[in-house]
Design a protein around this ligand. Structure first.
Ligand code: PLP
Length: 378
């Protein structure tokens, strides 16, 4: 099977699998326990935190909170950052479901603006600025869109937010491991990441907090507890945390890999555009993740294509892997396209391990799938 669904999840690195296995055998002590096994676990936990902080460009290890996934990090950020001073929330209209749902869950009656985007998927900065100057706000936007890969200039957004006294949370789940990322350079108040998106293990999310003292937050953690500086309750998933640190370390030499992935993605797109008549790539002319292609295949139902491609030995997806079955992508529609087009869009997402042979074969497989699926009736 050729795997081009790396925005859904990635294959854990062999060294990640080894480290998780070893930790489960040898480091099963609870980091909160007082005995030597607990102390060993605690030391390894803090060493992993240090590695993650260094590798992701945080200033201090205390800015890193381990959670269970991106969704938990996002919800924790909202629950901590929203206090009685915050009276409104802004998210973009192309956010992942995890952010949309966290915003409506933690808003508790506050108004929520969905920042509009252009046909190229770029956020309307003026709409955001005129909203947040009205009242103290929490803003949450993603670095990189999970469906289209379109990038947002986060430091520029942070400047606008902070000029108007708004707090900024960044969903960096798709950015980590796919494009260079330094948490400090984002200039945000909080950011969320997820290890399984960058060849780490499932079961470990990262929440970055610029000012990590719990007393700096007017909001509450989701559940009170003593773990993770009081930001999260529950026994640590130490094997997954150790595996996450290994995955972060592997990003050290990422820059050249990202360039190579981008060249493969461009090769794939050139082939797809010439093989599928009338096809178009979303965000073709703007900055995107180097691994992502969102392609409109006119007259075909994306779910049919994805099923057929699966039978042919290629794993891709129709929009977000976790979108509700059958519903046309809200991302493509927010960019001003029709539900029909949204329903005819599939996503290829490469990894830094994708090969040129896989790319060439995938283009031919899409052509075969396109010819062998019936035109959609939507
Ligand atoms: N944010 C984005 C942009 C995502 O793509 C995803 C997962 O696809 C999430 C958040 C949620 O991450 P997790 O699956 O680790 O909860």
């Amino acid at each position: 099977m050729i795997y081009l669904d790396n925005n859904a999840t990635t294959r854990p690195l062999p060294e990640v699998i080894c480290s998780v296995h070893k930790a489960m055998n040898e480091l099963f002590g609870n980091p909160s326990s007082m005995h030597p096994l607990g102390a060993d676990a605690r030391r390894t936990l803090e060493a992993s935190r240090e590695t993650v902080a260094n590798g992701l460009g945080a200033i201090s290890a205390s800015q890193i909170v381990f959670t269970s996934c991106g969704t938990e990090s996002i919800n924790t950020a909202f629950s901590l950052l929203i206090d009685e001073r915050i009276s409104q929330i802004a998210i973009s209209s192309v956010e992942h479901a995890a952010v949309i749902q966290a915003a409506s869950r933690w808003a508790r009656g506050r108004s929520i603006l969905q920042i509009p985007v252009s046909r190229d998927g770029l956020l309307d900065v003026d709409a955001l600025a005129s909203f947040i100057q009205k009242a103290p706000s929490l803003v949450s936007v993603s670095c990189a869109n999970n469906e289209t890969g379109i990038l947002t200039n986060i430091p520029a957004f942070a400047e606008i937010c902070h000029r108007h006294g708004a707090l900024l949370h960044v969903d960096a789940v798709q950015a980590a491991g796919k494009t260079p990322l330094s948490l400090s350079d984002l200039c945000c108040d909080a950011a969320s990441l997820s290890a399984h998106k960058f060849h780490g293990p499932p079961g470990c999310g990262i929440l970055y907090l610029r000012t990590p003292n719990i007393r700096n937050f007017g909001g509450q953690p989701i559940l009170p507890g003593h773990q993770e500086f009081g930001f999260r309750a529950g026994t640590h998933n130490l094997p997954a945390i150790i595996g996450t640190a290994i995955a972060v370390e592997s990003l050290r030499d990422g820059a050249s890999a990202y360039v190579a992935t981008g060249q493969l993605r461009d090769r794939l797109e050139n082939r797809l555009l010439s093989l599928i008549s009338g096809s178009q790539i979303h965000g073709f002319t703007v900055s995107r993740l180097p691994n992502t292609t969102s392609i409109y295949c006119p007259g075909r139902n994306a779910a049919d294509l994805v099923m057929r491609l699966g039978q042919l030995g290629l794993a891709v997806s129709a929009g977000a892997a976790c979108s509700k079955g059958g519903e046309p992508s809200h991302v493509i529609q927010a960019m001003g396209f029709s539900p029909e087009r949204a329903n005819s869009t599939i996503r290829f997402s490469l990894s830094r391990f994708t090969t040129v042979e896989e790319v060439d074969e995938s283009a031919l497989l899409l052509k075969r799938a396109f010819l062998s699926t019936l035109p959609s009736t939507l």
